[in-house]
Design a binder for this molecule. Sequence first.
Ligand SMILES: [Mg+2]
Length: 329
Amino acid sequence: MKTTPQKELEFLKNLRKRVPQPRSGSPVRLGMGDDCAILKPPLGAEVVVTTDFSLEGRHFRRDWHSSRSVGHRCLARGLSDLAAMGATPMAAFLSLALPAGTLQKATGRAWVEKFFDGLLNLAKTHDVILAGGDTATAPGSEILADILLLGSVPRRRALLRSGARAGDNLYVTGNLGGSAAELAVLSKTPRKFSNAKVGEVHPHLYPVPRIRVGQALLRRKLATSAIDISDGLSTDLLHLCEESRVSAILDAASIPLGPDASVDQALHGGEDYELLFTSSARMPSTIAGVHITRIGAIEAARRGQPAIRIRTQGGSIVPLIPQGWQHSL
Ligand SMILES: [Mg+2]
């Protein structure tokens, strides 16, 4: 095993200094610096846990995504999973593997620094502490990051994929397809958004996890089931239908489209990180400042029938074959 040179250790130590310490009242009782972090979930809460890989060449490309965006997206993916459960974030843990020699070059150090800028900035927005992690030398030439997030939910109140019932309405937050549309532009002109910033509308580079919407859905008992749209509406709706043992009918004309997005990108594009949920309650038009749109309804599953059908803009009803992201190995 190769030991880490002094200069690299120094760099990592300085990075660690930038991670904010937990404030009093934080669920993180002890953050970085010991062998383990210590967390204290609120009284009567259950803990929800999610992990997400961000792998170079698979989830991002260094020539398309700035490292600030990679750091932001890395945490956003995990936060979006917490949002789908209605959870309140408690702490994040990051494992980062960098190709040999990365920290010996100024460009490599800058990459890592801006990665942390993106990640820590989003963490601050959602009051989540980076409470630990690990760094290692990657075996190959790609950067590999794995984020682990913990959140809390009141006991037995987490929003699940399995609660949808026939007769429920189907809703989505924000709009869909914007991420796929932006990625399509990025793949043709990689430098197009090189000055993109958090807070601007960049659904692919800087997605906004819907933490506050998820919390409100849980608190106000507005959802019977929920999932976040990471793989694409068609694929994630199928996950929800399978877990709830129901089928769904979508209305193509009512799907809210992101900037420059097509219906196809909204249906199959993925990485929108909006929430898809079902409800039998009266629905406000916005929740936590985010627009809510009814896009269909839940029906009883019928043997031999497709799980999802869609009413096209022409008015005919046809089966919808999920074509979103496949988690292939
Ligand atoms: Mg998810």
